[in-house]
Every structure is written in structure tokens, then in C-alpha cells.
Design a protein around this ligand. Sequence first.
Ligand SMILES: [Zn+2]
Length: 307
Amino acid sequence: MLISGGLEEGASSGCLRILTSPELANLRPGAEQKVVFITARVHPGETPSSFVCQGIIDFLVSQHPIAKVLRDHLVFKIAPMLNPDGVYLGNYRCSLMGFDLNRHWANPSPWAHPTLHGVKQLIVQMYNNPKINLEFYIDIHAHSTMMNGFMYGNIFEDEERFQRQAVFPKLLCQNAEDFSYSSTSFNRDAVKAGTGRRFLGGLLNDTSYCYTLEVSFYSYVVGGTTSAVPYTEEAYMKLGRNVARTFLDYYRLNALVERPLAPIPKTRKEKLPLFKCTTQRGQGSSHVGSKPEKRSQTNLKEPTLST
Ligand SMILES: [Zn+2]
């Protein structure tokens, strides 16, 4: 496993962290690489997105059998902080120069939006490489009024593609008690045209799926209950771990995992929530089929506030 922290070739961003493995079966000469590209913290005030991203990274670099299978079959490229100057300055939404970077994906400037420009260059290079299939793009945000974790997706004229896009959030809903499929929505509002999810959804081919992953600043409600459970740093990271393990289900790699499953590692000391949790789930159990899907309807409404 290699973790390179420097500049990716062709990218001007200094915030890239690339996870890859030299032993990948799909890195053999002639094999097509399946790439999952994840970004976070384009909006600097949305700190929960960093904890979710941290959970994804911690899990992928762990010795957990699922993590090993994922590393052997997929390539994860992760840019955990798209707006480092905004974070440094304590901005809520904008960069050093006052830009909302998540509205400039269509034509980012290397001068005004350097991190965005670098990441887009890298993505376009991969798109143009016939040996690479960029299958997922997930941009992690935090939401100030909604509860739970949920996703935004795109709307396609092709009904089959539209339905296939719903598969990953449905699987994630099975794996993560705090993820809500009923709050997941699909849209093509003009105001979102410059977001990473919208722009890349229009650029990439029809086997690629682009999502915005949102997580509440505050709390989540577990299906079948009514009380809100305040999020903790550990709960955000757990959502990240569940996002990572959902790729196992999506690619149907379950049969390749060595049994018995080891517990998902906790890399940070868990902080107790301020209020009593209404539901506890085992860290190491297989979640597939262990929880009824909370909701099943596709929601075409747009939740409040933009991302
Ligand atoms: Zn955001």
C-alpha cells in the first residue's frame, strides 16, 4: 500500500492524497482500472465532511479483510481538502479569493481556483485514459438543516441509468443506520450546474455515477425511532467506514472476504454522545440484510438550502 502525499502528476493542487496499491489485480498491464474518486471540504466550514473522509481513509488503509479486498480490486483516489486556504482562514463557504469553489467546476482557473483546477485536470486525464474507468465520484459535504446522511444524485434521460444510480445509496442505507435514502434526491437545478457532482455527471460516461454525500451538522434519526441522536466525531467516521464497505456490496466482492470478519478498527477514541443512543450496532457484523430498509421511495424533491 502506498500513500503518496505529494502532487499528482498533472495536478497543481497541493492537497491531494492518493491511495493506491501496487498489488492490485486491476493494475496489471492491460487491465482496466476501476477508480473511485472522493473529495471533501470544498466548503471549509463543513467540518463533518473531514471526519467522514477520515473514516473512509482509515478503513481503506486498515488490515480489515474488506479493506484488503477493496484495495485489491479498486483504486481509490482521495482529495480530502479541496479548499485548504478557506479552512486556514476560517471561512464558512468561500476560498481565499471569495469564490464558492463548488460553483466553478465548469471552467476553473489555475490562478483563481487552483485546487479545483488541479483535481479537474486529474479527473479529465483519467477520463481520457482508455485503461481507466472512473466509476464513482463522491463529494462529501455537511448540511446545516437536514438530519442524517443522504446523497444528491443526477437526473438522466436514460431510465435504466437513473435507476442504476440509485443502487449505491440504497446499499449504503442497508449498511449505515444514520444514512437516509428517503432524504436522498436527484436533481438538475440550474443553480447546481457548477457543482462537481453535476459537472462530472455530464462529462463522464454512462457507467459512472457522481454523488454529493451530505451529512448533518447535528444529528440523525434511526429508522423506526423518533429521537434524534447527536452526531459525534466517531459517528461521522463510522459513516465514512460504511461508505467504504458499501463498495464491497456494490461490486459483489463479498465472497472474496476471508472469514471470520475482523472488527472494523477504531482509530480514534470514541466520544460518548451527549444523549443516550437509541440503537447500537455491532462494529464487526455483516450489515447486509441485517436491517430492514428504512424507506424505499425515490425522492425527487430538493431539500432546503444549497450545497
Ligand atoms: Zn457544502
